[in-house]
Unconditional design. Structure first.
Ligand code: ATP
Ligand code: MG
Length: 438
């Protein structure tokens, strides 16, 4: 992408409305613009990041056998009356009336919708287990939308739903999703801490929140310091027993925010426990028969008997992750994208546009990177070098190649790694090799 053809409305000043660093940087880097309170437009740079995150989630969901689908954002109130949640959900639900005066709502979550679909389509235990998921916009009329996309009213969520014949199988689905979440966040360069959680309005028995550490986080977390050294397992290698063992290791006893306020428990856990603040990026629930019972979702079991389905639901805050990753990875100059999330891998800076050598070599590098499948933002604007450097640091691409007339006299360009600040003078060939080998 040539910078002269791109749409990147960056801001020089810190916007007054942004209280936390990720919100400030997302506005300054031209990633999003607020449409109204808690509702955002995603501009090209921000949308690229959102799609990168979506794709990692999609790949990891597919890898454990989940099936992608798409449900509407607008749902009928009758569906929610069946589960009994229409009146209970409260003012966070955006209620709408159509021209026939029928009650509709903008979905804050989809348990009812998926239960109806599954109930009407599946009648035998032979079609179990299944996990269905979507990546779709949700609306929750939060009392206090704030922190940019981290607590929006309209936000993108990955929501998955599992259907099993019995508890044992449902627990396996839960464990599998748990492990898959560790891998998903790991691929984004994040260490997510699974924390035993309240089940809240979704209801149910077993639940974990996945929290990433950041000073501006809204949740208080207690965790074992050994935790951060744990390796994320490769799920393909895990049989049933290994899966359960692995789950126990990751959930004992690092879980629990509230219990730690109890001094006895504190003593028991000892000095390994650290306290920090964190951001909830995912939340998984096993809730058994809550919706299937209310909505009559059953199958015929192996003995010909009617069995009420066992269910769970599994959310990831896709749009919240964009802010959360920035909270976890930035410096005073701007964003530092992990390689897997970056909107472009390389920022190519032409220091002296209309100097023939610089123009020619930049074109040459740009084409080589393109042919190697490495996405590049080429700053070909005829502007001051200082402003270009500052903008590249702000938008946080993992690599910068800086091409100036002085270096080119010796056949050299400058290669900068954004996350370490390391600068190297290299030949063009060596710079390209260095980039493609990461
Ligand atoms: P929170 O406790 O932060 O309000 P929640 O428990 O209401 O979240 P869930 O129902 O578990 O959220 O939704 C799944 C995921 O969706 C959350 O883990 C979070 O990452 C994301 N999410 C929830 N509410 C919002 C919001 N208002 N804006 C952005 N992302 C959100
Ligand atoms: Mg939650």
């Amino acid at each position: 992408m040539r910078r002269t053809s791109f749409f990147l409305p960056t801001l020089r000043e810190n916007p007054a409305e942004a209280q936390i660093v990720s919100h400030r940087l997302m506005l300054r880097a031209g990633m999003v613009r607020q449409a109204s309170a808690g509702i955002y437009s995603w501009l090209p740079l921000g949308y690229r990041v959102l799609q990168r995150i979506e794709n990692i989630i999609r790949e990891e969901q597919n890898a454990v056998g989940c099936l992608e689908m798409l449900m509407p954002t607008i749902q009928s109130a009758d569906l929610w009356r069946e589960s009994g949640r229409f009146d209970g959900y409260g003012r966070e639900m955006l209620r709408i009336k159509d021209r026939h005066d029928r009650d509709l709502l903008y979905g804050p979550t989809n348990e009812e919708q998926i239960t109806e679909i599954f109930r009407d389509a599946i009648s035998s235990y032979r079609d179990l287990p299944r996990v269905l998921y979507q990546i779709q916009w949700k609306f929750r009329d939060e009392v206090r939308p704030r922190f940019g996309v981290m607590r929006g009213r309209e936000f993108l969520m990955k929501d998955a739903y599992s259907f099993d014949l019995n508890y044992q199988s449902a627990k396996r689905s839960y464990n599998l999703m748990f492990m898959s979440y560790l891998r998903t966040f790991g691929r984004m360069g994040l260490k997510a801490i699974p924390m035993r959680a309240d089940t809240g309005p979704i209801g149910g028995d077993l639940s974990h929140e996945f929290i990433i550490l950041a000073e501006t986080g809204e949740s208080e977390v207690f965790y074992d310091k050994n935790f951060l050294t744990f390796e994320t397992p490769f799920i393909g290698d895990l049989n049933e027993t290994a899966l359960e063992e692995c789950f126990s290791k990751w959930t004992h006893p690092y879980a629990a925010t509230k219990e730690l306020h109890d001094p006895n428990k504190n003593e028991e856990l000892g000095s390994n426990i650290l306290s920090a603040r964190g951001i909830e990026v995912g939340h998984i629930f096993y809730f058994g028969k809550k919706y299937s019972l209310a909505m009559g979702a059953t199958v015929t079991g192996p003995e010909g008997n009617k069995v009420i389905l066992e269910m769970g639901s599994y959310g990831i805050g896709v749009s919240r992750l964009v802010g959360a990753i920035i909270e976890a990875s930035h410096d005073e100059f701007g964003i530092i994208w992990p390689d897997t999330i970056a909107p472009f891998s390389v920022g190519l800076i032409n220091v002296a546009v209309s100097n023939n050598d610089c123009d020619r070599e930049c074109e040459n590098i740009y084409i080589k990177l393109r042919d190697a499948g490495i996405e590049t933002l080429y700053d070909d604007r005829n502007e001051r070098a200082g402003g270009k450097f500052a903008e590249m640091d702000l938008i946080g691409l993992p690599w910068q190649i800086i091409v100036g007339p002085k270096g080119l006299k010796d056949g050299k360009v400058e290669l900068k790694r954004r996350c370490t600040g390391e600068h190297l003078e290299l030949s063009i060939e060596n710079a390209l090799t260095r980039i493609s080998s990461t």
